[in-house]
Each structure stands twice: as structure tokens, then as C-alpha cells.
Ligand binder design. Sequence first.
Ligand code: ATP
Length: 299
Amino acid sequence: MITARNLTKSYGTVTAVDGISFSVEKGEIFGFLGPNGAGKTTTMKIIQCVSPRSGGTLSVFDLDPDEHPAEIKRRIGVVPQETNLDPDFTCEGNLMTYARYFDIPVDSAKKRVDELLAFVQLEEKRNVAIEKLSGGMKRRLILARALINSPELLVLDEPTIGLDPQARHLVWERLKMLQAQGSTIVLTTHYLDEAARLCDRLVIMDNGKILEEGVPADMVRHHAGEEIVEVERSDEVLACLEEMGIRFEIAADTVLVSTSDAPALARTLLERCRPKKMLTRPATLEDVFLKLTGRGLRD
Ligand code: ATP
């Protein structure tokens, strides 16, 4: 569906996207995970044909966005990062207005709007003004809006930004349903659990570059092992770990040690290093990011 080679975007002296290559296959959910300013939104805007690339090659549906923006736009659905619904219209009004941009005849548009309001569980809000919706309802309405033209490819920029856990779960469930119906989905996120749960494959981006690409669980296993033992950072603990030759990462006031046997390692650390606080947990994509950059995703 998408192939990018050496894709680059500069804004003056800022290189927002710095020579990235990736491809998205039909039917998959493909993610861009990275901290603020990594270049995720810029990449989405290039794919959506709203911001021309500065260099490299890109094809979407085998079409070059520089040459065929109208055709690509007709076949994609977009959820932007900002909640840009029209405050002058109701939920239904927003969707009907959008349908007009795609020249969908009024009768078909009405039917589609009914289906979509049901799909995002907003039927009861059909005639409600945008300002009276919760944040989660607005994001769901934007998702419905993105689906109005029955797109082959969905491009979602932080689809669940700012939502509470319940609202996020509903959006995730809907995205999985869309995938099951044959949609291809590209999304950006800085939520680790969203990336791990939703994405079949993802890239980790930082400073405009792709640091790693793969299946989330494989990436975690490869870079961070199975489990993590977290120990409160102190000079004594650091000296003890070094003396035992145990490799570790430091994240603020915590020392992280990856292992395939957390109980055994925890026992050893308790006996030998006597940390004040300790916990064990499964390894996550955050540990991968830390390993690759030496920083946390939200630093
Ligand atoms: P976030 O999660 O905060 O949205 P992001 O990964 O989507 O981050 P981008 O929005 O793509 O990151 O920004 C990448 C870099 O490009 C940043 O340094 C940003 O300041 C810069 N940038 C983005 N848009 C513009 C613009 N229109 N003009 C100048 N610089 C820009």
C-alpha cells in the first residue's frame, strides 16, 4: 500500500524526517512510535498529500503523492492529531458535510452516516452540537468522518490522544474490526500499550530517523528480553551490579535489568545488593526505546 525510500522533509534548517524507508502491506496495522518531535506527524502529512516531501521516493497505492494527490486523497481516510470538527454543525451535520467533499449522493451519504454513527456508538448524539460531546466522543466522530468514503487506507495521527482508558479501548476495538473487514491502517502513537496491542508491525522513530522496525513482541524480546527487574537507583546498587557484571539501563531514579528469569534475579539482587525498593514486570517497548536511545519516550 505504501513504499517509502529515503523519505526526507525539511522545514528550513529543521530536518523533520531524515531519510526514512518503510513499506506498509495491505491489511496490516502499521505503527509509528516515537516521542514528541520525532517526525511522525510530518510523515503522515506527506502520505496524506498535504505536505510535499523534500526528498526520497514515496508511493501510495503505487501512485506518487506529488503527481496524483487527488486520487490518493479520494482513497484514504484521515484522523488528524487535532480535533478539527466543525463546531457549527451537529454530529450528523459534520459527517454529511464531509460526504459532500467526496461527491457522495445525499441518499447514499445518509445511509453511510447512519452506519457510521452506529459503528462508533454515537447514534444517540446524532443531533447534538460538537461542543456538547466528550473528548472521547469527538475522537470517535472523527474516526467515523474518516470512514465516510469507505477508504482502502486509514491514516491516523494519535487516534486516542487524551482519551481515558475506556474510550481508548473502544477505539482500539473499532480499529481491529476495520482491519478484520479488510482495511489497512497506518497510525502514529506515543502510547506504548497502543503500539504493542494494535500494531502488526511498527517502526520506532526518534529525531526524524527510524531506529528499529519489526513485530512489537519480537522487538521487545530482542532488545529487552522477557522481563525487567526494576531497582531503586543508589550508588551502592550501581556498584553492586557492576561488581557482579550485570548489565543495566538507568531511567531517572530507577535501574533496569533485563532477564529471562525475574524471580531468580530478584532473589540474587535482594541478597547481594540489598536495594530499598524492587519490582519485577514484563519487558515493554519503553525498554526497547530506552535501550536504543538511552532516554525514556517521554523524556
Ligand atoms: P508529536 O508527537 O509532538 O506530534 P511528531 O513525532 O509528530 O511529534 P512532528 O510534528 O512531525 O513530530 O515534528 C517533527 C519536527 O519538525 C519537530 O522538530 C517540529 O518542530 C518540526 N516541524 C513540524 N512541523 C513544522 C512546520 N510546519 N514548520 C517548521 N517545523 C516543523
